[in-house]
Design a protein around this ligand. Structure first.
Ligand code: WTA
Length: 685
């Protein structure tokens, strides 16, 4: 079961006053803001008839127009195959290549257009503007390396551990050209975290980079590859070759040694493949395009498996109609390509449309909070896409900075976490200069693309709300018993999507059972049913729907902490803490943070006979950083004499969460050791 009575935080929190849901339902509804008439006049989608065309009576045929945005070698013959729920198959019989759709088909008209604008973090380094023709050449040459030097073929997996550089989309597209399944690991993750993903995906090849800039430092990234290869080998997965891109061609930006016969500098290998062309491989629509590992309710990250045809159709459509990207626009999504937002809305969606997409290497506030606005001014960016965490950080560091620069956004996106109306208003008036329309897009790694958002040329904006469901998406909110919560009831519940859509993951890599149990078991009405209506998708998010149909997302109801828009499993952090020999138990809870949204507090109790010490707390922090990466850095490590426990021995995390957030822990009478609460509170203060 996904949630039972004792582990469902939403249920637990109801009694305690710490429920995000409860707080949220008392938030006042904000006033609407209409998009400007200039925006509406140029918007692709202003016909409200789209919602009738995509109503349930026309499902799944309504998704035909999504597939029609792509070029197919062979048209599909069945739009949706539901014969094996919940393993939906979209555009069955179709044959397609994602790389062809992102590159080759644009060359006739747009070979001279910038596909990518790369902005290095050091401000004295020039931006690179990579045309579609140049990208085509570089992708072909690297595809030849993958095929002829590495011996890879369609269906094989390759792990990428790449920073924000153009070589990352080049590598992804080269894989896609050959039907190779790429699995990009966020560059901020440690070598060990990379190893876990290498092992799970059974990759033999690791593609990485020698170094990259972050916060003013040239980081030695290749060192992580050495750890990854060693750690993966311990778990039985051998890496045959490590391909190392260079941050500065002709120079080696790493102190780590190159292992002969294993580690290769890509630019050296490429010399033998200059000018090579590789025909795109015609893949079935349902062939996996990539894996994206994400945190779930148990310690092991899960490999979300995205399809080729359905995924690409969904991100192309949403890029066109929700991002409203036109051929002449300069579009900048400031997410990291290591996350799903970057895959869908820096690489695949924009490039499928033949757009110009910006890649920025570094930290938004480096060297100061004016940096993004200088980039926007220089490149004349007119569509901007970022997260509430970045917006909060820029607002804190330089609230007036945007007014100093001459740039004009017509469209802005916020994604990844709920955004506070105050922060939204700064984004709108100061960054957007009152001119830009804002879409608050709600979605997940698993969903491939946006599920809830206003359509920017149709709907009014409402700060703090993601907006209604996208055309063709039919959400519902269930209470813990599976009863639908009425629209406008102002009650939080479990947000579910009743129908399949083309962007949904196909399964969890090598773990179909987990796919079913995680996303469908909870509210499935009949496990034998072939009718999609019996298989609602469980998002794991708490939400409420206002009377106007707009959804307000209240955060995760499973054991996931969303730090700065990065999803971390509490269990992953706990298992890292438990690697410190002195630690007996660990419990991780989210703490509200004005910039990052949430940060983890790590509570540990020690093994008997061990005295608490600053060293142990430091070791716990270090273990978390080694195992996961510095994004998971604990806010505090608190050594407690014992954990608050139920009589059955379960740690009551909600009590710890209340203490960390300076709230009342509520009813503690069900604890086996209620007296511990005061002692923990003392330890924290
Ligand atoms: C949260 C990121 C509020 C949500 C695309 C979801 C949001 C999780 C929003 C997915 C939003 C995403 N408003 N919360 N607009 N967008 N979330 O998989 O809790 O990294 O389940 O995908 O982020 O995170 P993921």
């Amino acid at each position: 079961m996904l949630n039972n009575a004792t582990t469902n935080p939403l249920a637990e929190q109801k009694n305690t006053g710490v429920s995000e849901a409860q707080i949220a339902v008392h938030w006042p509804e904000e006033a609407y803001l209409p998009p400007t008439s200039e925006f509406v006049a140029q918007a692709y989608l202003t016909d409200t008839g789209i919602f009738a065309r995509c109503a349930e009576a026309n499902f799944p045929e309504c998704f035909k127009e999504y597939a029609a945005l792509l070029d197919w070698y062979e048209p599909w013959n069945k739009i949706l195959d539901t014969s094996n729920p919940p393993f939906w198959r979209w555009f069955v019989g179709g044959r397609i290549n994602a790389c062809y759709n992102c590159l080759d088909r644009h060359l006739a008209k747009d070979k001279n257009k910038a596909a990518l604008h790369f902005v290095p973090e050091p401000e004295n380094e020039l931006a690179q503007h990579i045309t579609y023709q140049e990208l085509f050449v570089r992708v072909n040459e690297f595809a030849a390396v993958l095929r002829d030097f590495c011996g890879l073929k369609a269906g094989d997996r390759v792990t990428l551990h790449m920073p924000m550089v153009p070589e990352l989309p080049i590598t992804m597209l080269a894989c896609a050209r050959l039907g190779i399944i790429h699995s990009q690991v966020f560059s901020g993750f440690s070598g060990k975290a990379c190893a876990d993903r290498i092992v799970d995906s059974e990759s033999r090849i690791l593609v990485t980079m020698d170094g990259y800039y972050r916060g003013g430092k040239l980081l030695d990234h290749k060192a992580n590859a050495d750890t990854a290869v060693t750690e993966a080998a311990k778990d039985g997965q051998r890496i045959d070759k490590v391909l190392v891109w260079q941050r500065y061609p002709m120079t080696i930006s790493t102190a780590s040694k190159f292992v002969a016969g294993r580690d290769f500098i890509v630019n050296d290998v490429l010399k033998d493949f200059r000018g090579k062309r590789v025909a795109p491989v015609e893949m079935p629509a349902e062939a996996p395009l990539f894996l994206m590992y994400t945190s779930g309710t148990t310690g092991r990250p899960k490999g979300c498996q995205h399809s080729t045809g359905g995924y690409l159709a969904y991100v192309a459509w949403t890029s066109k109609y929700i991002q409203d990207i036109h051929p002449e626009d300069v579009y900048w999504c400031m997410a990291d390509i290591g996350w799903i937002t970057g895959h869908s809305y820096i690489v695949y969606g924009p490039l499928a449309l033949g757009a110009s997409s910006v890649i920025y290497e570094g930290v938004p506030t480096h060297p100061d909070a004016g940096r993004p606005w200088r980039i926007a001014e220089e490149l004349d960016v007119d569509i901007f896409h970022t997260s509430p965490t970045a917006i909060r950080a820029l607002r804190r560091a330089g609230p007036g900075e945007p007014t100093k620069y001459d740039f004009h956004f017509k469209h802005m996106t916020t994604v990844g976490e709920p955004i506070e109306p105050e922060v939204w208003r700064w984004y709108h008036t100061v960054v957007g200069k009152g001119e830009a329309v804002i879409v608050d897009t709600w979605w997940q790694t698993e969903t491939g693309g946006f599920l809830c958002s206003t359509v920017p040329g149709i709907h009014k904006m409402k700060p703090g709300s993601a907006g209604p469901a996208l055309p063709g998406i039919y959400p519902t909110i269930y209470d813990d018993e599976g009863v639908e919560i009425a629209v406008g009831a102002n009650t939080a519940g479990n947000l579910c999507i009743r129908n399949p859509w083309p962007g949904i993951i196909q399964t969890i890599w090598r773990d179909p059972e987990r796919f079913v149990s995680q996303y469908y078991a909870r509210y499935c009405r009949d496990r034998n049913s072939k009718n999609w209506r019996d298989w609602p998708y469980v998002t794991g998010d708490g939400a409420m729907q206002a009377g106007d149909g707009y959804y307000r997302i209240l955060g995760r109801i499973d054991d996931v902490i969303n730090v700065a828009g990065h999803r971390l499993g509490t269990k992953e952090i706990e298992s890292a803490a438990l690697m410190v020999a002195a630690v007996a138990e660990a419990a991780v809870v989210p703490v509200a943070d004005p910039i990052k949204g949430k940060v983890p507090d790590v509570y540990v109790s020690l093994k008997p006979g061990t005295a608490p010490s600053k060293e142990i707390a430091n070791d716990v922090s270090a273990a978390v950083i080694t195992e996961i990466g510095s994004i998971a850095r604990p806010h505090q490590v608190i050594i407690v004499p014992d954990m608050p426990k139920t009589r059955s021995g379960k740690i009551m995390r909600r009590v710890l969460a209340a203490i960390s957030n300076h709230q009342e822990p509520g009813d503690v009478s069900t604890l086996a050791n209620p007296e511990i609460v005061e002692r923990i509170r003392d330890a924290v203060s």
